[in-house]
Write a protein that binds this ligand. Structure first.
Ligand code: PMP
Length: 393
């Protein structure tokens, strides 16, 4: 059974973390992993989560199984957050997911079940797991142009051309906001262009929403999802609360599938349950209870919005400090992109060689693609990072 099994390649980010841990330099900085840390370099425990957690612990022990498709209150909270009043929730099949990754995997299995020959288009570049998840589900994955390194912006014409050339039924994975890894998002006008092509060509939009609230606000960051929801076409939305609730290890996410009518939604919901039942039977309860408690209580929800706003503003402040610091350290360099991008990640524009020099000579760890996590910057590590980037620029 296992004799000829080859060793799988190591996850590059895990490898980077191991190298970081082994680095003896006290000034080392880890900007490799996609985790938000606060001004003290720690993953925050949000107050809303702490307060909801007390209620959850008081009210829900012992733990029984959740329904296959998750906690009903959580599923309605997700529908409210993702779609608001944009469409009748009876038209949407929503299931709790094991993180955003779990939502994507269920989506991939559903697509494979309905259209095994479907092609999936992901952005070039994209979160590495997109290609892996859809490929493993048996689908053919290709990419559409997204980032133009020459102009340091989105190659929207290239993207639209690729979508126009795609066959009807092709699934198009779109980052709803805070594109990972580049940080470059579409403008509202560009989103409309993409929507028009997707509708005209009969493509299936799958919006991956892993960072709602990290770019401009909860409502603002949901705009792309709602733009597509208004078209009436079938669409899928993967939700992750890992970042927005700082609940990484609790694995809280969802998949929503917008259907033609309530009857179709009921059929989709039933098939999603079969996929879940045969994969992990039913989802974990704790994180979903915390999130639905926060979203279902006006006061806790306000606390969450405030805390999410603080995380967003801290990231913006770090981006500005990085831009200002680099502009001062490298006269004449164009470093505006650090404040143009959104969310936790930044494509620095540095080459793989420069990123290696950052690591080896300066102990600043980012990915070879040039991606750094700006949500891991703080007042203490900023001077080191600015000096190091300026040195390799
Ligand atoms: N999609 C994107 C674009 C992501 O960046 C991530 C997390 N890094 C996910 C999905 C998965 O999120 P989760 O950790 O909740 O599985």
């Amino acid at each position: 059974l296992l004799t000829d099994l080859p060793l799988a390649p190591r996850d590059p980010i895990i490898g980077l973390t191991e190298a970081f841990v082994a680095d003896p330099r006290e000034t080392k900085v880890n900007l490799g992993v996609g985790v938000y840390t606060d001004e003290n370099g720690r993953v925050p425990l949000l107050r809303c989560v702490e307060q909801a957690d007390e209620r959850v612990v008081d009210g829900t022990r012992p733990w029984s199984y959740l329904p296959i498709d998750g906690l009903p209150a959580y599923r309605s909270a997700v529908a409210g957050l993702v779609f608001g009043d944009e469409l009748a929730h009876e038209r949407v099949a929503v299931v709790q997911g094991v993180g955003g990754t779990g939502g994507l995997k269920i989506a991939a299995d559903l697509v494979h079940q309905t259209t095994p020959d479907a092609r999936v288009l992901i952005s070039d570049p994209s979160w590495e797991n997109h290609r892996a998840i859809f490929t493993r589900a048996g689908l053919t994955v290709d990419s559409y142009p997204y980032y133009d390194s020459q102009t340091r912006s989105v190659d929207v014409d290239g993207m639209l051309d690729a979508l126009r050339a795609a066959e009807a039924g092709t699934v198009v994975v779109l980052h709803a906001c805070c594109h990972n890894p580049t940080g470059y998002d579409l403008t509202p006008q560009q989103w409309e262009q993409v929507r028009d092509v997707v509708v005209e060509r009969g493509l299936v939009p799958l919006l991956d929403m892993a960072y709602q609230g990290f770019a401009h606000g909860i409502e603002e960051d949901g705009a792309a999802v709602r733009l597509f929801a208004r078209t009436g076409v079938a669409m899928l939305v993967a939700t992750s609360f890992s970042k927005s609730f700082s609940l990484y290890g609790e694995r809280v996410g969802a998949l929503s599938v917008v259907c033609a009518d309530p009857d179709e939604a009921a059929r989709v919901q039933s098939q999603l349950k079969v996929i879940i039942r045969t994969t992990y039977s039913n989802p974990p309860s704790h994180g979903a209870l915390v999130v639905s408690t926060v979203l279902g209580d006006a006061e806790l929800r306000q606390t969450w919005e405030d805390e999410l706003g603080s995380m967003r503003e801290r990231i913006r402040a770090m981006r500005t400090r990085l831009r200002d610091g680099l502009a001062a350290a490298i006269p004449g360099a164009d470093v505006e992109h650090f404040v143009v991008q959104n969310g936790m990640f930044s494509y620095t524009g540095l080459s793989a060689e420069q990123m290696r020099a950052l690591r080896e000579e300066h102990g600043v760890y980012g990915l070879d693609s040039g991606r750094i996590c700006v949500a891991a910057l703080d007042e203490r590590n900023l001077p080191t990072v600015i000096e190091a980037v300026a040195a390799v620029w």
